[in-house]
Each structure stands twice: as structure tokens, then as C-alpha cells.
Design a protein around this ligand. Structure first.
Ligand SMILES: C[S@@+](CC[C@H](N)C(=O)[O-])C[C@H]1O[C@@H](n2cnc3c(N)ncnc32)[C@H](O)[C@@H]1O
Length: 234
């Protein structure tokens, strides 16, 4: 796929996957069904999720905030309480879930739009968040994506992301680890899709942020499951 061009191959398969998964996506966060790994692992997951939310709350988002690949909006209420949030995703189905989540949380004023995460910015904003999107970026395109994020942001603007560490108890019980950064994902109805899944090293994420124009860089991990990163546009 070229920046701004139509998604092709695995890029479009990922969008079809998340569209089809919208109804069951939160099972992953909530450790339901095939995503439950027993009481000890599930408690560790919940603890890491709380740590990630606390970390994200403390980043200092304000003003105009863009959320790319927002999906079902798990992080959106937290962000929308800190500024004027616009949620973008390439698939309508998860965005519909995000809209309902924000309404249920009593958050008004957020905006929603179908938009490819690779499209060039149409304005400058104060903050940008991407949850579990970096791990879907091609290994060779990380700098390109962070460069795009930098072009969204005013000088001093804040970028933060939450993403996956490789842990055997993170995904569904019937999913195997990615091979060559490609993973087969099954849905409850038995259909399966290929997604790109890249577990970037925290040090590689920090180096890429440095190279692409960020300062005040922080890349940390929770106990087991998540990598958390942020930086300010220089
Ligand atoms: C792993 S989900 C993350 C959802 C949400 N950000 C979260 O943290 O739970 C990835 C999301 O990326 C979206 N997506 C896939 N390809 C995309 C693209 N090219 N541009 C924008 N969104 C895309 C999917 O529809 C899906 O909602």
C-alpha cells in the first residue's frame, strides 16, 4: 500500500477482519471465552490493563486529539475527557461500537470518521493516540508511520501509543504466534483472517521516535502484556 492509496493484500484483510470481529472484539480486553487464560493470567492481564490506563491518563493530553485506528474505542472515553477527540478507523463496524461506548459513558462532542491511518493529515492537532495499531505496521514502515504522526502534531504536540508485548497468554487460546510477522486469527464463527502482527522491541520504538522528530520519549512495558510509548513533537 502507498501512503494515502487504497489498502491492498493483507492491509485490506486486516480491515475486513476487524469489521467482522467488531461484536467480539472486547472479549479480548475482558478475557471472555477464547481469551480467558485462567484466573491467575486473567488477573495479571487486568492489572496490566489498569496500569496502562493509569499511564495513559497521566500523559497530559489536551486540546484537539486524534485517535487513529480507534476500533471499538476502548481508550476513547479516557481521551475524550481530556480534549476534543476525533476517532478514525478504516472500518465502520468497530467505529459504531466506539460511538455507543462514548454515549454510554456520557461523553458528548467526539467526532467519528472512516479514514485510513496512512492518509496524510488534514490539519495540525495537539495530541495523537494509537492503540494496538503500531504492531500492525510493517516492520519496514515504522519510521514512515511515526513521521506521519509527527506531521499531525503541532510543535510540542503529544503522541502516545499502547501496544502488545509478546506473551503466550495475550491472544485467543486457539491462535498461534505470528510467523514472519503474519498471524492467522480465527473468529467465533470459525472464519479466519491473516493480520500483520509485529512485536517491536521497546528500544527500537524509542529509536524510531528519536529519528522521526520526537523528544521527551518514554517507552516502557507493563509487567507482562503491554508496551507503552510517548513523545512530544520537537
Ligand atoms: C487492534 S485494533 C485496535 C483498536 C483500538 N485502537 C484499540 O486499542 O482497542 C486495530 C484497528 O485498526 C483498524 N484498521 C486496520 N487497518 C486500518 C487502516 N489501514 N487504517 C485505519 N484503521 C485500520 C481496524 O479496523 C481495527 O479497528
Amino acid at each position: 500500500m502507498t501512503a494515502g492509496g487504497p489498502p491492498e493484500g493483507i492491509e485490506s484483510e486486516m480491515i475486513r477482519y476487524y469489521a467482522a470481529r467488531a461484536d467480539e472484539y472486547d472479549d479480548w480486553y475482558l478475557r471472555r471465552g477464547r481469551y480467558s487464560h485462567g484466573p491467575a493470567n486473567d488477573a495479571a492481564w487486568r492489572s496490566d490493563l489498569e496500569a496502562a490506563a493509569a499511564w495513559l491518563s497521566g500523559r497530559g493530553f489536551r486540546g484537539q486529539i486524534v485517535e487513529l485506528a480507534a476500533g471499538t474505542g476502548w481508550w476513547s472515553p479516557l481521551l475524550a475527557r481530556q480534549g476534543q477527540l476525533t476517532l478514525y478507523d478504516a472500518a465502520a463496524e468497530p467505529l459504531g461500537k466506539a460511538r455507543a461506548r462514548l454515549a454510554a459513558a456520557g461523553v458528548t462532542g467526539a467526532e467519528f470518521e472512516i479514514r485510513d491511518a496512512w492518509r496524510e493529515p488534514d490539519r495540525l492537532v495537539d495530541g495523537l493516540f494509537a492503540g494496538f495499531w503500531i504492531s500492525h505496521v510493517d516492520r519496514g514502515r515504522l519510521d514512515e508511520f511515526f513521521g506521519l504522526v509527527a506531521r499531525w502534531l503541532i510543535p510540542g504536540g503529544l503522541f502516545a501509543f499502547v501496544d502488545s508485548c509478546q506473551d503466550p497468554e495475550s491472544g485467543a487460546l486457539d491462535h498461534r504466534p505470528p510467523e514472519d510477522d503474519v498471524q492467522v486469527r480465527r473468529l467465533d464463527d470459525g472464519t479466519s483472517f491473516r493480520v500483520r502482527k509485529v512485536f517491536f522491541e521497546p528500544s527500537d520504538l524509542a529509536s524510531a521516535l528519536e529519528r522521526t522528530g520526537f523528544s521527551e520519549i518514554e517507552v516502557v512495558t507493563t509487567n507482562r502484556f503491554f508496551v507503552l510509548g510517548s513523545g512530544r513533537r520537537r
